[in-house]
Each structure stands twice: as structure tokens, then as C-alpha cells.
Design a protein around this ligand. Structure first.
Ligand code: HSE
Length: 439
């Protein structure tokens, strides 16, 4: 049986994991594919660096473009991340008629529409299971396992670094800065953690999930993004008193009907009831909940990063590619779950029109009438208070009032908040977070 020859661009943690996994599980994989899957070439910026995988029998080169174009390679795996040169390398492989497997969420979220069109023209596939939630097979679950459903909503913890940080803040009472430092020491967060903590990585993943869930083109710019840098241990603690956990969630949801039909696409720290499945997902783990109109709620949980877990997703894609080699591409599973000519843009709701409950924490002077003035403003905007807590001020300190509102469009809440913040007894340092109950 002729082996399927795999070239791996990028020999970092995931690249090494792929080499290891294809060797360790070679027999099992060959039984699944019907022929062996063998890494024949890898490219690395430093070909002589020691690696945590057996490279015997594999040609290691410094020039990634060379292996993207190599005649005796059947499939190219791109694992260098970032936009350039990853994009040019994938384009080069597709131009030579080679299928591609990638874990590159940023590239797909930003330039995926063009890359998928190029792949379609070339009659080859782009596999990207590893781009979202590492080892969790969420792409396949939505695209194939739930293909009979109209997907109503998905919500997920899709950034392990942020989940580690908020878990540490919750469990150890650490500040954001201390928890981030620990995450960096443990190798979860990058030296420059911006992408993770500002929610951009989660937004890229949500872009991909929304596209395959709703059949809309990839459009990273349509996601409203807020990271976790303003989350404080105090808010985590108060949320806990209210019976909630704070998690960075990616949420994609259908909303409106008929002419008003659209979607909400948002990444932000969110209070979720402590009894929900997502609230129990701690540390670096990821989880995605998907609601289909036939199946109801489906939950996936697992490792969203790491060499071996992400390699598991890359190799699953390689197996799909290998099984489809030589088959008529017109009958392949469409990469974005919907037939390309059926992919349709959907209006994305501005955040002002997105409705949720809100958590509000205010620092206020300790004087009579504060609560009544607050609730009067909220009532005037038709916002009901569902829960309220005031901590007894210590000595001459200001008091802290925290409350959870009824569900209201953000635009209306913002108007009420602006009025509240103008009240003379309200001090600087208010916190506002969205609340989702998943009912
Ligand atoms: N940096 C990501 C995370 C993993 O922390 O989840 C790769 O997307």
C-alpha cells in the first residue's frame, strides 16, 4: 500500500505532537485509512534544534516554501500560525493541488473565505479542526454530527489561558496580574499575552464556529470583543455570592425573526450560574455548548491547547484528507458545513441591541437615599433589579453596591448607567459585566 506523504511546516509543540502521534499510532491510523500516513518532510526555522519527537526517516529543511511545493508530498500541514508567511505557504500548496491541514485560527478568521475558494477551485480540502478548541472535535461535531439541525446558539470557553487566569482568581483570590504571571510561568500564556487576554484569540475561534453553525461567511470584524483585563477578584467574589461564576465566553446566537433575523457574535467576560456545565469548566480546559433545534443541548469538553491534544485534531483532519484522496471533490463535506453557494451573510446585531441581564458594581458614598436613587433610575428605564448586595463599609470607606438586573438591551442599560454614573454620590471604579443564564 502506498503511504500518504505528509509535510509538516513548523516543528513547535504541535508539529512535534503530530510527528509523534503519526508514529505512535501508525498501525491504528493505517487500519482507519486503509494505507499508512507518514511524515516525510518537516520544515523548521532551526532544523538542528533538539526535538521531543523521533525525526528518523524525515527530511528536515529550513525552507517552508520548498516543502509546500514539493512534488512528492500529498498533503501539507501548516503549523506556524500568524498571517504571513502562513498564508503564502498555504496558497502555494493549494496552487500545486495539495490539500492543507492547519491550526491557524487567525488566518482562517481573517482570510478564510479566499483560501476556501482557492481550495475549491483546486479541488482540494483545507482541514482546520485544530483551529478551534485544540483537541475537542467541535468542528466535526457541528459540521457533520449536528448537520440535521438548525443551530440556534453556541457558547463556549474557547481560550484556555483566560480560563486559567479567571479560575486562579476565583480559587486563590489572585489579582489579574498575578494570575497572568503564573500562566506565563507555566507556559499557558505567551510573553506577549495580548491576543489571549484581550479576547482576540477567542474571537477568531468564534468567527469560525459561527460560520459553520449558521452558514455565514467568515468575518472576524463582526465579533464584538472584550477581554478579561478588567475582571477583578472582587467581582469574582461578589458574583459567587450571587451564585455565579465569571468566565470569558464566546457566544454566537440567532436572534430576531423574518426580516429582523440576525445573529449576535460576542466575546466577553460573563456571569453564568454556578450550576451550569460551563461554570464547572476550570483551569486551561475548554468547553463548547451547542443548541440544535432537534438535538437540544450538546456539550463538548476537553483540552483546548497543548501539543498532543492539538495533534489529535490535526491527525483527524489528515485521516479525512487521506480517505478522500482521489475522490470526486464535488462530493466532499463542504469545509464550512454549508454548500459554498448557500453560504449567506447574516446581519450581526450591534451590541446596543443585544439583550442580556447585567451585573453592576458601584462604589458609592455611604449616605442615605443612595439605593432609592439608583433603583429609581433603573425603574425609569424599565430595568428591574433581580438581586442586590451591599457590603457594610469599613470605617470611613465608601460602600460597595452590586446588583443584577433583568434582561434588557445593552443600549437601554447604557443610558441608565450613564445617568447613574452622573449621580454625585457615585465614585469612580464602577464595573459592568453581562449575565447569561442559558435558559
Ligand atoms: N492560546 C490559546 C488558548 C490556545 O489559551 O486557549 C491556542 O489557541
Amino acid at each position: 500500500m502506498t503511504a500518504v506523504r505528509v509535510a509538516v511546516i513548523g516543528l513547535g509543540t504541535v508539529g512535534q505532537g503530530v510527528v509523534r502521534l503519526l508514529k505512535n499510532n501508525a498501525a491504528e491510523i493505517a487500519r482507519r485509512v486503509g494505507r499508512p500516513l507518514v511524515v516525510t518532510q518537516v520544515s523548521s526555522r532551526d532544523p538542528h534544534k533538539a526535538r521531543d519527537c523521533d525525526l528518523s526517516g524525515i527530511t528536515v529543511v529550513g525552507d517552508a516554501l520548498q516543502i509546500a511545493r514539493e512534488a512528492d508530498v500529498d498533503v501539507v500541514v501548516e503549523l506556524i500560525g500568524g498571517i504571513s508567511p502562513a498564508r503564502e505557504l498555504i496558497e502555494a500548496a493549494l496552487a500545486r493541488g495539495k490539500p492543507v491541514v492547519t491550526a491557524n485560527k487567525a488566518l482562517l478568521a481573517e482570510h478564510g473565505n479566499r483560501l476556501f475558494a482557492q481550495a475549491r477551485k483546486a479541488g482540494v480540502s483545507i482541514g482546520f479542526e485544530a483551529a478551534v478548541a485544540g483537541g475537542i472535535p467541535v468542528i466535526k461535531a457541528i459540521r457533520e454530527g449536528l448537520a440535521g439541525n438548525r443551530i440556534e446558539r453556541l457558547a463556549g470557553i474557547i481560550n484556555g489561558t483566560c480560563n486559567y487566569i479567571v479560575t486562579q482568581m476565583q480559587e486563590k483570590g489572585q489579582s489579574f496580574a498575578d494570575a497572568l504571571r503564573d500562566a506565563q510561568k507555566l507556559g499557558y500564556a505567551e510573553a506577549d499575552p495580548t491576543f489571549d487576554i484581550e479576547g482576540l484569540d477567542a474571537a477568531h475561534k468564534l468567527t469560525i464556529l459561527a460560520s459553520i453553525a449558521f452558514g455565514m461567511p467568515l468575518d472576524a470584524k463582526s465579533v464584538a470583543v472584550e477581554g478579561i483585563t478588567k475582571v477583578t477578584p472582587q467581582d469574582i467574589q461578589i458574583a459567587q455570592v450571587f451564585g455565579y461564576r465569571i468566565k470569558l465566553l464566546g457566544i454566537a446566537k440567532r436572534s430576531g425573526q423574518g426580516a429582523d433575523a440576525g445573529v449576535e457574535l460576542r466575546v466577553h467576560p460573563t456571569l453564568i450560574p454556578e450550576t451550569t456545565l460551563l461554570a464547572k469548566v476550570d483551569g486551561v480546559l475548554n468547553s463548547v455548548l451547542i443548541r440544535g433545534n432537534a438535538v437540544g443541548e450538546v456539550g463538548l469538553y476537553g483540552r483546548g491547547a497543548g501539543g498532543d491534544a492539538t495533534a489529535s485534531a490535526v491527525v483527524a483532519d489528515l485521516i479525512d484528507v487521506a480517505r478522500g484522496l482521489g475522490a470526486d471533490p464535488r462530493h466532499a463535506v463542504p469545509p464550512l458545513a454549508f454548500q459554498p453557494d448557500a453560504v449567506q451573510a447574516l446581519p450581526v446585531l450591534p451590541m446596543a441591541a443585544v439583550a442580556s441581564a447585567f451585573y453592576l458594581r458601584l462604589k458609592v458614598a455611604d449616605e442615605a437615599g443612595v439605593l432609592s436613587k439608583l433603583t429609581t433610575i433603573l425603574a425609569a428605564h424599565d430595568i428591574s433589579v433581580e438581586a442586590i448586595l451591599q457590603r457594610e463599609p469599613q470605617g470611613h470607606e465608601d460602600a460597595h453596591v452590586a446588583l443584577i438586573t433583568s434582561v434588557i438591551e445593552q443600549g437601554r442599560f447604557d443610558h441608565a448607567l450613564a445617568e447613574i454614573l452622573r449621580l454625585p454620590f457615585v465614585r469612580e471604579g464602577a464595573a459592568m459585566l453581562r449575565v447569561e443564564k442559558f435558559d
